[in-house]
Design a protein around this ligand. Structure first.
Ligand code: PXG
Length: 287
């Protein structure tokens, strides 16, 4: 039987039902905080250093000082994974601004809360990995980089949730988000790639996206496989006219998109480069 998850809060482990923080925490009141979603494969944490570095970058952007060193954070994550005997699973690492008075002022908070949840993750059903996703473009655009910059993995996901709801309403599992210029940015929780005439294309960071760790891994794997890779701004035209399209993310890993806004992509089936990169990614993750 699976054990009750043990949740790390500020250096202590609590059983899941006892893992609680203040309702005055600005993470809850205002979404004032940052997080990471990380996977454990075969008892090894995938690209932990990269996730911790991105967490620090997000925290620096919002002026949140994390009361641990990066090395201590790595150790806290590894210890929590071990305490949960987790072989394959998911880590949610959260740092909130801490409890404060009512009102936005971040100076009126104290004690940022460091929370590490180690649990299982629900993937898409296996048949979607086999057959690919049908997605739609959301009317809700990705955050303008001069608002909550998409490079920050913040506790403010409402914009993406609104886009996801549009996808669900259209009978889809995911939605494509455009940026304020009408270019393709990313999906609600995944980066986007297309294949066109043998070249792998993905929007650049300045299209207003999260610099995905899976995205970076897939670009490295493509280069190793001698598939040319280009970061280039893309429009919906490029998606509709692509030979292949897929999404990457910690939760989804690599998953094909076979239809967008009712148009089949390529021949409407999972393409060979997508299949190859998914296989290479799963091999890397499990190695
Ligand atoms: N874009 C956005 C907006 C994301 O939230 C990615 C891209 C992919 O980044 P990584 O580093 O994971 O390759 C994300 C990541 C969840 C969940 O619980 C969401 C993400 C990651 C893990 C879990 O829905 N999003």
């Amino acid at each position: 039987m699976a054990q009750t998850p043990k949740v790390y809060i500020n250096g202590k482990l609590f059983d899941k039902p006892d893992a609680k923080i203040s309702v005055y925490d600005h993470g809850l009141l205002y979404g004032d905080g940052v997080f990471e979603g990380i996977r454990v494969y075969s008892a090894k944490v995938f690209r932990l250093k990269e996730h911790v570095d991105r967490l620090w970058d997000s925290a620096r952007h919002i002026g949140l000082e994390i009361p641990l060193s990066r090395e201590q954070m790595v150790e806290a994550v590894l210890d929590t994974v071990k305490a949960n005997n987790k072989i394959d699973g998911y880590i949610r690492l959260i740092v909130t601004r801490g409890a404060g008075t009512l009102g936005l002022d971040p100076r009126k908070t104290s004690d940022p809360q460091i929370i590490i949840i180690v649990d299982d993750i629900t993937m898409y059903p296996a048949d979607l990995y086999e057959n690919g996703l049908d997605i739609v473009t959301a009317a809700t655009i990705r955050n303008h980089p001069n608002a909550t910059n998409p490079r920050i993995k913040s506790l403010n996901y409402l914009n993406n949730i609104l886009a996801k709801m549009e996808g669900i309403r259209a009978g889809c599992q995911e939605a494509l988000m455009l940026n304020h210029k009408g270019e393709v940015s990313e999906a609600t929780g995944d980066n986007v790639f297309i294949v066109k005439r043998g070249v792998l294309l993905t929007p650049p960071i300045d299209a207003g996206i999260l610099e995905g760790i899976t995205r970076n891994a897939v670009m490295e794997l493509a280069k190793q496989a001698s598939i040319p890779v280009k970061e280039q701004s893309l429009t919906r035209h490029d998606i509709y006219a692509a030979d292949e399209c897929f999404l990457t993310g910690t939760a989804a890993e690599v998953i094909a998109v076979v239809k967008c806004d009712g148009r089949p992509i390529g021949n409407g089936k999972v393409g060979p480069i997508t299949r190859q990169l998914r296989e290479r990614f799963m091999q890397l993750a499990r190695s």
